[in-house]
Design a protein around this ligand. Structure first.
Ligand SMILES: Cc1ncc(COP(=O)(O)O)c(C=O)c1O
Length: 354
């Protein structure tokens, strides 16, 4: 705590990212990174971009990348906004679409823990909408007065998808507020709501290159929505930092989205590994929430989540544990390569004596 900090920053409880320890070599299953390398075409493009042109600012609008994303999603480039990771797009959305000290925005009581942090940073009221013990998001909770809604689909940290009927009903009951669908993990088996954009000018879908394109280190995300919404994001960006996506990131992301064959192959490998590991864990008696993401959320009725987390760490395997009500008995395990998941299963057997 410093006397030089503003009151807002003194009072905020910042998001805590998953650890990236250097003390020994761990199998890293704690931050939902992709275990496979990025597309070789993307790496080559980044190498080619790392030259003399770096003396110049990047295109502040990211036009070429937006055009490629638009083609991929069957939208117009003006329906696409690119940013420095989807976290930045979420951060920009708060001042762009939600009112300070107005009616609350709504999000699930168990969801991505960055949402309440942005709400605190931008002084936005929020209300938590209950989920059941399987972390299901029900549309009924979103039928109350609000100034905005954020839903992660699939949800985090559960990995559970939100049904298409729930999403349509949330959208049609909230035409006067912006509904943000955070689809960071949708490529691993969820159902995207991008086709609904033409019917709902209040829908903003946020996606990322960090997970299904293996580019967490590059920091690129994109938001898809009506021009009214992308226009709002442009206003925030140009009031903050005009060049949020650098030349290397623009070049790498462009090749990543164009290399569809590589994307399809790596994501289906992850889906296959997830299904295999989930089935094995259930055989061993664990509760595994059905996942449509690149991670699983699991618990045991014999060992507490914090115990599993600590013992796996001793075995050289990092997973994520959230010390919060409703989720503290669970661990979140990112899907790694098949070899890594075999070592994870062996470690689980050793830890639980199965
Ligand atoms: C639900 C959700 N949304 C957004 C993000 C942010 O992703 P990035 O900023 O890397 O695009 C994450 C990262 O873990 C996430 O879990």
């Amino acid at each position: 705590m410093s006397r030089y900090w503003s009151e807002a920053i003194r009072n905020i409880e910042p998001y805590v990212p998953g650890e990236q320890p250097k003390d020994r070599k761990y199998i890293k299953l704690n931050t939902n990174e992709n275990p496979y390398p990025p597309s070789p075409r993307a790496i080559e493009a980044i190498r080619n971009a790392a030259g003399e042109s770096l003396r110049l600012y990047p295109d502040p609008t990211g036009k070429e990348l937006r055009e490629a994303i638009a083609r991929h999603c069957r939208l117009h480039k003006n329906n696409v906004f690119v940013g420095n990771g989807s976290d930045e797009l979420l951060a920009f959305s708060f001042p762009a679409f939600f009112e300070t000290a107005g009616k609350p925005i709504l999000f699930a009581e168990v969801t991505y823990s960055f949402y309440p942090v942005y709400a605190a940073l931008f002084n936005i009221n929020y209300r938590l909408i209950p989920v059941d013990e399987e972390f299901t998001v029900f549309e009924e909770g979103y039928r109350q007065d609000n100034s905005g809604i954020i839903i992660a689909n699939p949800n985090a940290p559960s990995g559970k998808g939100v049904s298409a009927s729930a999403i349509e009903s949330i959208l049609s009951n909230n035409k006067n507020s912006v509904v943000i669908l955070d689809e960071a993990y949708v490529d691993f088996g969820g159902e995207t709501s991008v086709p609904l954009i033409s019917d709902y000018p209040n829908l903003l879908v946020i996606k990322t290159f960090s997970k299904s394109h293996s580019l967490a280190g590059l920091r690129v995300g994109y938001a898809l929505g009506s021009e009214e919404l992308t226009g709002g994001l442009i206003r925030v960006k140009d009031s903050f930092n005009s060049y949020t996506v650098d030349r290397l990131a623009l070049a790498g992301a462009l090749e990543a989205i164009n290399d569809d064959a590589y994307f399809q192959e790596t994501r289906s490998r992850i889906i296959k590994s997830r299904e295999r590991v989930s089935a094995r864990l259930m055989e061993m008696g664990f509760t595994v929430i059905p996942s449509q993401a690149n991670f699983i959320f699991m618990s045991s009725n014999r060992f507490h989540g914090s115990y599993l987390f600590g013992r796996l760490r001793e075995e050289g395997i990092l997973v994520r544990h959230f010390n919060k009500p409703k989720v503290d008995n669970f661990i979140r395990v990112t899907i790694g390569t098949d070899e890594e998941m075999d070592l994870f299963l062996e470690a689980i057997e050793a830890v639980t004596g199965e």
